[in-house]
Design a protein around this ligand. Structure first.
Ligand code: PBG
Length: 325
């Protein structure tokens, strides 16, 4: 008689493996990030992110109809402005690209959950996520007021969830107060709570044209070696009223996702960011990785670690594969 554990017994058939599987990625977990352009009739490929595009609102609505049909519950919108200035004025413009997209999507696809990224970096001439002081530092408290204006303008346009990604201190409280005051008591906040200063945002900054013109974001985004500090950031946002807590990026920060899951009873989201997407796609293009198997392995890892929701550029592919299974 063998006295060792025969783990292989439950791996012998696809059916048994399916029965004892501990973690499932479902289409309900997926949030698809999209880039909105002003104007109409344009679907522009993003060089650094093969398979991803910038869309004008008309074509985005058509694409979202297809996404909703394959079961994707939510999109996350980033705007590309017509003009940039020091305050990022267009971020809160009633007729900005994101505001226009919210209104059009809620009108055509009322069931699709529209989440909007709240930040200034795509809209500021200097490319930083906030208002600068005369010596070029991002000024925390001056920025809070601007972020609140942006959030309220999104809610007014019909956004279902507001997602601040700027990493200013105190912004969840400031945004919550402003939303409540404007009568958006029921608009949830998904906070980019533990957001690290990561090299993996590189392709996104080309997509959104949001690279800082000088310096970097290390003065406000978290330092990658820090794990305990993430719990303080998450707790601050939770206490200020965040409804969903996000960890970003995902793959190099799985420990942070696990910590977040253990410490909070709020839903946890993880952002499988642009660099994670692009490095996998580059290897797939060279024939070095199998697309479906590698993407599903990455997403199941993020879910297994504790994320309830996954923001991923792979969402359309994943929804298609899941529907076929
Ligand atoms: C804006 C923002 C960024 C991302 C989401 N919101 C870029 C940054 O912080 O520089 C990155 C998303 C991605 O890489 O997919 N602050």
């Amino acid at each position: 008689m063998s006295d060792f554990f025969r783990g292989r017994r439950l791996r012998r058939s696809a059916t048994i493996r399916r029965m004892v599987r501990e973690t499932q990625v479902t289409v309900d977990d997926l949030i698809y990030p999209m880039f909105v352009l002003p104007g109409s009739g344009v679907q522009e490929p993003i060089g650094s992110m093969p398979g991803q595009y910038r869309w004008t609102v008309d074509l985005m609505v058509e694409e979202c109809r297809r996404l909703a049909d394959i079961g994707i519950p939510a999109v996350l919108l980033f705007g590309i402005p017509e003009e940039k200035d020091a305050r990022g004025s267009e971020a809160s413009a009633a007729r900005g690209a994101v505001q226009h997209a919210c209104a059009a999507l809620k009108q055509s696809l009322p069931e699709l959950c529209v989440i909007t990224d709240v930040c200034l970096c795509e809209y500021t001439s200097h490319g930083h996520c906030g208002i600068l002081s005369p010596d070029g530092e991002v000024c925390n408290d001056l920025t809070l007021h601007r972020l609140a204006e942006v959030a309220v303008s999104h809610a007014r346009a019909g956004a279902d969830i507001i997602a601040p990604s700027d990493m200013m201190d105190g912004r969840i409280g400031a945004i919550r107060d402003a939303l409540d005051e404007a009568d958006f008591l029921n608009t949830p906040i998904m906070s980019y709570a533990a957001k690290y200063a990561s090299a993996f945002y590189g392709p996104f900054r080309e997509a959104a044209d949001s690279a800082p013109q000088f310096g970097d974001r290390r003065g406000y985004q978290m330092d990658p070696p820090n794990r305990r500090e993430a719990l303080r950031e998450l707790a601050a946002d939770y206490d200020e009223g965040a409804d969903i807590l996000m960890v970003k990026p995902a793959l190099a920060y799985l420990d942070i996702i696990a910590d977040a899951r253990a410490a909070f009873d709020a839903p946890i989201a993880a952002y499988n960011v642009s660099g994670e997407y692009s490095m996998l796609m580059a290897a797939v293009e060279r024939g070095w990785l199998d697309l479906e198997r590698s993407v599903m392995e990455v997403l199941v890892a993020i879910k297994r670690t504790g994320a309830d929701l996954i923001l991923t550029y792979h969402a359309p592919d994943v929804a298609t594969w899941l529907a076929r299974r």
